[in-house]
Design a protein around this ligand. Structure first.
Ligand SMILES: Cc1cc2nc3c(=O)[nH]c(=O)nc-3n(C[C@H](O)[C@H](O)[C@H](O)COP(=O)(O)OP(=O)(O)OC[C@H]3O[C@@H](n4cnc5c(N)ncnc54)[C@H](O)[C@@H]3O)c2cc1C
Length: 504
């Protein structure tokens, strides 16, 4: 019998518990895999972070894997559907005040070629429409507050995400983990004992309870009690190119009869950006900012000014963020999952996606390695590559901004601390070369696909100035925006409003 001990009952801890229990409980013991007992330690004294309410489409895979239906979890977590993210005020270029980063849909296969074609040729100086908002189904669904759940007679897939109450999702996952045989212990860990080889041997709680295991999963949040504090694995900060280190958050109740958005809105403010996340019963707002450029009081005021009277009586919460990643995600007999392993700030809502990939990769590595550290180096290399690739996509949002209103934005645009990979991507775009080829060459399109990079660069309007463009020939003008619009409009007729779909 093998033992795994998970420290921390936040979202990362419960996701880990569920996925591990699902994997090992469903498997017959064989020569390579022994029976695995999983214990999760949760504290009744240390709170979870309590934010993280937007997802990528990956979260659907989690619920599907755990056989938890949308009918079961979505009402319980006040969840809504998310078609993607709208970026407002990140660019000052005419016609590009905002753009939508869509989640992919099967019918996009008909329209993406036009988007790639136009955004390639406009960079060669041909006058074409390459605004991403004109090419994607989920963009239109979001514009119409529609849910990405099609009528039965329109069987084309949409990859969608969710907005949800994070604390309630953690509760659902806890119940599931217990059903899957995870033991839950309530303790606040105070001491960690290591053996002579440096492996973790024992966790000791404030009341003297002890926990031993073959492997420990550090899900203790930003403080990273096991991997960083006990095993002294260094943390690599991303502050050189991601300036934000604080957030102030509050939520406003939703009035009945109010339309229910099916998108996250991310609006650039003076020293960072503000999210707007719609749940069934409330809208969450958060201002993510850099403390080098503004302070907590000013940031809260700037956020409240945006919400006018809506937030007058509502208290705000201030959160510190530690942006970066550990230099090794798995060291000795301990792997860190969640905020304990790192965080790339909330833009694009990637944290839970990384959590899921991290757990699945670790389960796979333990399984294939016969419950040993054999595949540890590979795992660490993969996790580091994932963090770096996602970081670069996020950094590009800041680097490519064209705002001039504050030092914060000017310094972001002037930032030269870019990875080689990102420098090549930017150079490829501005020199009019094929971006999809460059992403494939770098083998990073599995993290963010070419469409996402195109949406970002085209969505900011990084094209030659209008007066420099010349009219194209028939080949250049082969994709009619009018026809694409008609096509997407017709597809949208097969989708209900978010309110009707959720019945709220
Ligand atoms: C401002 C902000 C916005 C975010 N927005 C998003 C988003 O939109 N989408 C997204 O995917 N992610 C988002 N995230 C990230 C997301 O919140 C986290 O990835 C997710 O909540 C997982 O957190 P966690 O479980 O690692 O840490 P936590 O929630 O902090 O949980 C840590 C757990 O460890 C326990 N613990 C700590 N010390 C001890 C101890 N000594 N003994 C016992 N237990 C202990 C605590 O009790 C707690 O339960 C956001 C994060 C921030 C900061």
């Amino acid at each position: 019998m093998k033992n795994i001990c998970i420290l921390g009952g936040g979202t990362a801890g419960w996701m880990t518990a569920c996925l591990m229990a699902k994997h090992w409980n469903n498997r017959q013991p064989d020569s390579q895999t022994e029976k695995v007992q999983i214990t999760l330690i949760e504290s009744d004294k240390v709170p979870s972070i309590g934010v993280g309410e937007g997802s990528t489409p990956q979260l659907k895979k989690l619920f599907d894997t755990l056989d938890i239906s949308e009918q079961e979890w979505m009402p319980a977590c006040h969840a809504t559907y998310k078609n993607g993210i709208r970026f407002v005020d990140w660019s000052t270029r005419a016609g590009f005040k905002q753009y939508f980063h869509p989640f992919p849909a099967q019918v996009d296969d008909h329209t993406v070629p036009g988007f790639f074609h136009n955004s390639f040729l406009i960079r060669k100086g041909i006058d074409l429409d390459a605004h991403p908002d004109h090419f994607f189904l989920t963009t239109h669904l979001a514009n119409q507050n529609k849910a990405p759940i099609s009528a039965e007679n329109f069987p084309f897939e949409v990859n969608y995400g969710y907005h949800f109450d994070a604390a309630k999702v953690a509760r659902i996952l806890k119940t599931k983990a217990q059903q899957l045989g995870v033991s839950v212990a309530v303790a606040t860990i105070e001491h960690v004992e290591q053996d002579i080889a440096g492996n973790i041997k024992l966790l000791i709680g404030q009341d003297g309870q002890t926990f031993s295991a073959d492997y420990f999963v550090d899900c203790s949040g930003f403080q990273s009690l096991l991997l960083q504090q006990s095993l002294a694995v260094p943390f690599q900060s991303f502050s050189d190119n991601l300036f934000n280190d604080k957030a102030v958050v509050l939520s406003v109740p939703r009035k009945s009869q109010q339309p229910l958005m099916s998108q996250t809105i991310s609006t650039a403010l003076k020293h960072g950006w503000m999210w707007q996340i719609p749940l069934q019963h409330r809208t969450g707002f958060g201002y993510v900012y850099s403390s080098q450029y503004t302070n907590a009081e000013q940031a809260e005021q700037e956020l409240r000014n945006r919400l006018v009277a809506q937030s007058a009586d509502i208290s705000a919460r201030h959160i510190n963020m530690r942006v970066g990643q550990v230099t090794k995600h798995w060291h000795k007999n301990c792997v860190a999952i969640g905020l304990s392993q790192g965080f790339i700030e909330p833009l694009e809502a990637t944290a839970l996606h990384i959590v899921q990939e991290g757990i699945e990769g670790f389960i796979d590595a333990l399984h294939k390695g016969g419950f040993s550290n054999q595949l540890q180096a590979d795992y660490n290399q993969q996790m580091t590559a994932r963090f770096n690739a996602i970081r670069d996509y996020i950094v590009a949002h800041y680097k490519l901004n064209t705002r001039k209103d504050t030092l914060y934005w000017r310094n972001n645009a002037a930032n030269q601390n870019l990875s080689d990979s990102l420098q090549h991507i930017i150079k490829t775009w501005f020199s009019g070369q094929n971006l999809s080829d460059e992403l494939a060459r770098q083998k990073i399109d599995e993290y963010y696909p070419s469409v996402s990079w195109h949406c970002l660069l085209a969505g900011y309007g990084h094209f030659p100035d209008k007066q420099q463009l010349i009219e194209g020939n028939d080949f250049a003008k082969q994709y009619s925006i009018e026809q694409i619009n008609k096509f997407i409009h017709a597809c949208c007729l097969n989708y209900p409003s978010q309110v009707d779909c959720l019945g709220c």
